[in-house]
Design a protein around this ligand. Sequence first.
Ligand code: SF4
Length: 193
Amino acid sequence: MVEAKLATGNAGAAKKAASGAYVPNDVSPNRRVQRRYSVRLWSVRHSRLLEWFYVQFAHGFLLLHPMWKAIGYRRAEAPVTFVEKRVKGLLFDCRMCGQCILSSTGMSCPMNCPKQLRNGPCGGVRANGNCEVEPDMPCVWVKAWEGSRNMVKGDAIMAVQKPVNQSLRETSSWLRVTAEAAAHRQAGEDGRV
Ligand code: SF4
């Protein structure tokens, strides 16, 4: 199946090469097979809708805090991570870094940058707005800027992001943000903030 796809891709590439057009490699240097990015790009185009949806979703998740607490955040981690990985994998090509910043990056996941830059693009963006490492892929930071311009809180893209904490990989951002928000709310009620 994979061989058949690659063979079809090779035939297409040979045809393009014969026309004199620039043809990127079929396989990127980090071994990701060329693919379409249509769903990811759809998410960026609909960043305002997704921003609104995320606010409602986060609120709903926070309302469920007593349930998460009763189950135990640790015990809930595996099933919630399972769902989060699939939903965000479909919509954003999420890499489960565990510290989601989609709302600050126009709904374009920065972990899809081959250099995993979290604070804007490198200097190698191509004239057509594509990545210098993966020539067939639109630069995630060019898309992040476009997506952020549609969002109510799009200027959050200006905030400097911390380096990725690798120990949070494959953990649920949803649960972590909820636990932090619940702790913050509790501190407010106790008069500690
Ligand atoms: S920023 Fe992290 S958690 Fe958010 S979509 Fe990207 S890899 Fe997934």
